[in-house]
Design a binder for this molecule. Structure first.
Ligand SMILES: [Zn+2]
Length: 331
């Protein structure tokens, strides 16, 4: 018996080994077959195993299309609105694309927030010029920027009448100041109103006619990437021409809306502004925080398109000029 056992055991071990080897070989063949099939699938060639089920969720094509459609519809339906209510960017359709542009700047803001809030309620694109040293200047600028208004530094400049005190004369720059004094005053004002996109002059009949003073201001604007709007408080102003010469983006005011003592003329001035835009393709008007001005703006600006013009922020007029300039340069 012990001999028999000895004989059978090696036989069994041999058979066992052979069986295991065959199993391993079959497994290897299977694995390489599956791998090859997967490679074929990855290379988008004919494969026999259902790899698509394993690699992506099994959404039937029709259902998938429906989901895509829903997302697309939601995207289209969701209005693109700024976080807070305010003047909305005016959507351009092909027929309105080339309407003459009208930008209105409201000067002398920053004393208190009430007029700024009233302007926000108009729900139209406007620009505000803030006296940098006024009591609520910083708050007004922030509120304006939060509601998509363009903000300008309303820089007090020396006038021929010698006015150096009174509302808005704080932070005044005069023609007798040194270069350093002028520069540091500009720096200080820009630090107070960092959201500003540009600068326009408050008063300044003497200042804007002074080459020395205006050259320093233009150099400052250039360095800070700000544009210049000449309020044109004097026909002797050289500011706009100098800005063009020094390659500072610039524009000039065409119409003062409420300079007349007789406030009943504001509406006529507004119509004059619209006509000026139609004649020249664009026009800039300046108004002040008077109740009568607000009432006229409220009555006419929401319907500006009925007069064949498009209301916009002053930076868009500057941008349009830049683009036209570039086109001319590339011609
Ligand atoms: Zn002013």
């Amino acid at each position: 018996m012990p001999v028999k056992t000895k004989r059978i055991l090696p036989n069994l071990t041999f058979q066992n080994f052979f069986l295991r080897l065959s199993l391993v070989l079959v497994m290897l063949a299977l694995i390489s077959g599956i791998s090859l099939d997967y490679l074929n699938f990855r290379q988008k060639e004919t494969s026999y195993l259902p790899w698509t089920w394993l690699t992506r969720p099994s959404i039937p094509a029709e259902a998938e299309k429906k989901v895509e459609k829903k997302v697309e519809t939601a995207r289209r339906q969701k209005p693109v609105k700024p976080a807070k209510p305010g003047p909305q960017p005016v959507a351009e359709t092909s027929s309105q694309k080339n309407l003459p542009l009208v930008a209105i700047i409201i000067d002398d803001l920053g004393q208190d927030l009430s007029f700024m809030r009233a302007l926000i309620n108009l729900q139209v694109p406007l620009t505000v010029a803030i006296l940098p040293e006024a009591g609520q200047a910083i708050e007004t600028a922030q509120l304006a920027a939060d509601h998509q208004f363009d903000v300008l530094i309303h820089q007090p400049l020396e006038a021929f009448n010698g006015q150096t005190i009174g509302t808005g004369a704080d932070g005044l720059i005069t023609t007798t100041m040194s270069q350093e004094e002028i520069w540091s005053r500009l720096e200080k004002n820009f630090e107070r109103l960092p959201v500003a996109k540009g600068l326009n002059n408050h008063m300044g009949s003497k200042g804007t006619a002074n080459q020395y003073l205006m050259e320093i201001i233009m150099e400052f604007l250039k360095q800070k990437n700000l544009f210049f709007i000449d309020s044109k408080t004097s026909p002797k102003s050289i500011a706009y021409d100098l800005a063009v010469k020094m390659k500072v983006p610039a524009a000039s005011r065409q119409v003062f809306l409420d300079a007349d003592e007789d406030r009943s003329k504001i509406k006529d001035r507004l119509i004059e502004l619209f006509l000026s835009a139609k004649k020249n393709g664009q026009a800039i008007g300046i108004g002040h925080p008077f109740l009568e001005t607000l009432q006229i703006l409220e009555a006419y600006l929401p319907e500006a398109r009925n007069y064949g013009v498009q209301l916009t922020r002053v930076s868009e007029i500057i941008d349009r000029q830049k683009n036209t300039g570039q086109k001319k340069a590339s011609d």
